[in-house]
Structures are given as structure tokens and as C-alpha cells.
Design a protein around this ligand. Sequence first.
Ligand SMILES: Nc1nc2c(ncn2[C@@H]2O[C@H](COP(=O)(O)OP(=O)(O)O)[C@@H](O)[C@H]2O)c(=O)[nH]1
Ligand SMILES: [Mg+2]
Length: 642
Amino acid sequence: MIVATAGHVDHGKTSLVRALTGIDTDRLPEEKQRNLTIDLGFAYMPLAGGGVLGFVDVPGHERFIRNMLCGVAAIDFALLVVAADDGVMPQTREHLAILELLGVAEGAVAITKTDRVDEERVAEVAEEVELYLDETRLAGAPCFPVSSVAGDGVAALKAHLEARSGDIRRRAADGHFRLAVDRAFTVVGAGLVVTGTAFSGTVAVGDQLVLSPRRIPVRVRGIHAQDRKSERGRAGERLALNIVGQSLGKDGVARGDWVVEEDAHLPARRIDASVRVLADETRPVAHWTPVHVHLAASDVTGRLALLEARSLAPGESGLAQLVLDRPIGAMHGDRFVLRDTSATRTIGGGSVVDILPPARGRARPARLAYLKAVTEPDAAAALQAAIDSAENAVDLAKFARARNLTEAAREKIFAATEMVRLGGLAPSPPRWERLRASVGEALAVWHASHDDAVGPTEANLRSAMEKRVPVDLLKRAIPELDREGVLVREGARVRLPDHRPRMSAADETLWRDLESLLEAGGTRPPLVSEIAERTGMDARRIATFLGRAARLGLVVGATRNRYYLPGALRGLAESLETAAAGSADGTVTAASFRDAAGIGRNLAIEVLEYFDKVRFTRRSGNERKILRPAKEVFGGDSGPET
Ligand SMILES: Nc1nc2c(ncn2[C@@H]2O[C@H](COP(=O)(O)OP(=O)(O)O)[C@@H](O)[C@H]2O)c(=O)[nH]1
Ligand SMILES: [Mg+2]
């Protein structure tokens, strides 16, 4: 368990940590000289049960709130320190507000300096603190009167912390490993060491990680977990990682960086979040207000884009996008605090909802519906809600990445979700039904007005649909609709399964003549020019007609000058498969194909080039390899589009 102190400057936080652990956390010379905590201090207390209690001692002075924010970013337990003589002071309240914004729900109160006042005063301060706590998650936290000087009450507080460390549920170690760096220094003989709290996942010596957001690869050479040498570390622990990396400069790492698993490296400059304005702010917060965003150990400036209203009144919450001046590491569920740009006041805070917003339309109704759905903390429930409320479909990969879900976790959640999976896109079953029906309707309407054509292209189909479907959704839906028998794909076109294009009477007559010529030619059909010679017709007219016939799926144009009946081409493809089967390594040469097909060398080469073009085969040197079965490329009752 990690305990952080909180409270006004000079109220005895550092003294109390020393009384509990024997460690003076004010280690900087300036801190000693001024008798004032400036930066975070760390102390560890071994527990009887074998565990270790970690303490983060934070500065109370308002000038160093930035450091305080870094210290309390990922703690399990807050120790609110209030001096019995002073009572509640400005940073008592501000720290409490920050703990509340960060969602800290476990804690205790220490009323310090009891040696300076009488019992009545202690009770009075305890009551005052209790009132403030009442409106927070820390309501009802136990109160311990202590004197760090005389030692009174310290043992009782210590016993309470020991007891609590056993029953506070450890941060779940799922997700990819993420460590928020709060210090970096060089140790003689070891090299670079970074310290921080692990937000998620686990780490082991030897792991390859990246320093984010700059994406510098590093390797873990050694680990200290809760101040003890260890082979591994996990979420919720304070870790010191000895890291090495090729492109790791000496002063390459700073507070605010992350050390993460590659998959958790997702620097974000625009972060969608749910934001709450502190109730004691005096004015509403307007759209596009400049802010300091404190998230984990990072502190970055940016703007607050409100998504639901023009402003948020004190005490109000709403969806917003943090538009940052530089990218930071963040994941769904990370908490943050907002301060004003002169960094003198805490305005509010909130939690990250999504780190992969669309390039445009951040406040579109469909987007807001998605954000509202995925605000839900439970990933499975969030996904189901997002799919159920989606106008179209949910991008599964984006959902999973923004929530730092591992491969195993995502598959488990996906399997339990009611949805239709079209690759990475998932509409709800009812949405899928509607999409299927509207594709069917659009095709029927299209066929009715284009009865001489095979069917519309995807783009034609999309514009024919009453309600425009997103391009990527339609693209992924078509293969599935083909599988389900709703439509048939013919090259770039689609049609209803029972649709047969009709020809004009003139074309019908022409077709009867040409079809018999092509049929007679078999695997060696006559060239367009030869057909023209034989029939005495204009070559251009024949070429135009055959082009039309190709769109109807009656013929396939292997070149501009030669058209095959689909069956003839399928026959040639099967000959090629035979030739391939007969060779040791499954490849085909022009000669082996020529022999198997019984056609001339030049024609064989022409056909092979066509096969390459439609990706039935791939050429490398003198050989060709089959990429997919002939049945898949040339199967069905009409040939493919060329
Ligand atoms: N009499 C008395 N003085 C205390 C006690 N705790 C802290 N102090 C004094 O209060 C001053 C501030 O204490 P410190 O621990 O630095 O406060 P912090 O700023 O909250 O960390 C120091 O001079 C301490 O010696 C206490 O329990 N009794
Ligand atoms: Mg201090």
C-alpha cells in the first residue's frame, strides 16, 4: 500500500512520517535549510506480515502544489494532516479537493501538535475536519490525535495503517505495464534509475519497454519494488527501475515521462474526459479556458474544450476535450487535476474517457453518445453500452487500446459482448439487421433502374442507400453480406443473388453471334480484330459491346483485344493448377502452363499476365506461384470483373 500525506504547510506532515518510519523525507539541502518540504519525499516501513508500507510525503506550501499533485497521483490511502492549533487552512481544503478529484476513497486524519493545545481544541478541530470530509469520498475516515514531538498517538495511527494495508484491495495488475516517472537519477555502477508508481500491469527484469511519449526503447536491468530488490514489480507498487537504452541520453528522462510496454505507448494531445468544476469556484468555467493539466506525474498546459455546454458552473460536471500543447501518456480511467494558467488555483479535475478521438467532430451527437457509454468503468459493460447506443458501429481496436486492454482481456470481453463482428468494426445485432435490410432495398431499387447492368459499385450502393452508411462500415459489411447470401460480389460490383442483367434486343442478337464465335474458339478465342474480319462488323463496335458484356459478367477481357467466356478462362486456370500440382515446388513456368493448357506460347504468356493481374498467380523470375484457388477467383456462374 502507498500512503500519501496531505495538508497545509507546517502542519507536521514530514514530522509525522518521521515519527512513523524513522526516516526524514526532507532530503534536499534547501529543504533542510528552510525546514520546508519542496519536493516529494519517500519512506518505507516494513510490516510484520512481510509487506512494506510506502509513504509519499508531499509539500504543503501552495507554491509546490505541482509536486504534491505528482505525489498523490496513484496512491491507495491518504493521510490528511491537520495541526490542532491552526485547524483547517487553505491547503488543507485544496489538498482535500485534489484527493477528491483524484478519486482517493481510503484515508485517515491525523490531528497533529496535540501537545500544544488542550483536549477540547483537539475535539473541535476533529469536528471541523469531519465536516469537510463529509462531502467527500473520505467521509467517516478515522481521526487520530498525535504529537510527533511527544510521541502520543503515533503507535495507534501506525497500528491502524498496518491493519489497513492488509485489507485495501491492491490495484488490479491487468493491462499493459505503465509506470509514471517522478524521479530519474544516475547511480554509479548501475546507470540510469527511474522511480515512480506502477499504474497497471507487471514488469520483470529483462523486459523491453519504451520511454513514452518520446518512444525510446529501453530494457529493464534491475528492479526495486517498495524499496526492496526484486525480480518483478506490479501495479500499485512504487518501483525503481534501472533502465538501459541505446538512444537514452544522460538527462533523457524527466518527471512526467512514462515507462510502458510498447502497446501502452499512445501519446495523446487531445483527451476526451469527464470534468468536474470545484463547487467553491466563484465563476463558471468557459469553453476554451486555458488550463494546466496535471495527470500522473505530468504537468502540461492546454485548453479545455467543453463538449456539451458553453460553460460549466461551479459544482457542475460534463464532457470535455483537453486540447494539450504537447502529447502526454494517458489511458481511460486516469484521473487528472485542472489548475488555472497562473498555477495558483485548482479549478477542477476529472477522469480520462478516451484518448483516441476522431480528427473532426469531437462534439457530434454520435460521438457524445459513445463517450457517455464508455465513461462506464467496467470495460465489458462500457463496450456493450457503446455498441447498443452506436448509430453505426464501434471500432473495437480503438476501444481496447484506449482502455489499455491486453490481447487476452479484449478477447474475453469481445466474446461476451452482443455484437456482430465485421473485422474490427462491430455494429449491434439490431443495427446489423437494419443495415442488411437497407442494402437489400437499395440493391432492388438500383437493379430496377439499371436492368442492363450487373449491379452497383460499392460507392453507387452507398449513395443509393437512404441513410448514408460510413464507407468503412459498408466496405466491411459487404463480404459478410456475401457470405450470408444477401448479395453477390462480382469484382467491384455487387448484386442481389437472383438478379440477371437484361440486354437490349439488338445486343441480344449480337451476343448470340459473338458467343458462338467465342465458344468455338474455346481456350483460344479470336481477337476482337479477327471477329471484326470474320463478321464484317466494325471492330470498335465489337470492342464496346464486349466491354458492356464484360460488365454483365458474360465475358472476361484478358486484354483489350481478347475476351474469354468465363468457363474457358476457368478451364485455363484449372490447367495451371494441374501444372502446378505436377511440379515439385508447386510453381508453374510459361512452358509447363503452355503444355498443360495446350495453347501457344504467346497466348500462354498473355493469359499468365492476366492471371497475375487478377492475383490468381504471382510471378517471380520465370516462375509463378498460385495465390488463391482457381475456384475462388474464377468460380461462380460468371467471371470476375477486370
Ligand atoms: N509541538 C509540536 N510541533 C510539531 C509537531 N509536528 C511538527 N511540529 C513542528 O512543526 C513544524 C512543521 O513541521 P513539518 O513536519 O515540517 O510540517 P509539514 O510542512 O507539514 O511537513 C516543525 O517545526 C515541527 O518541528 C508536533 O506534533 N508537536
Ligand atoms: Mg513537510
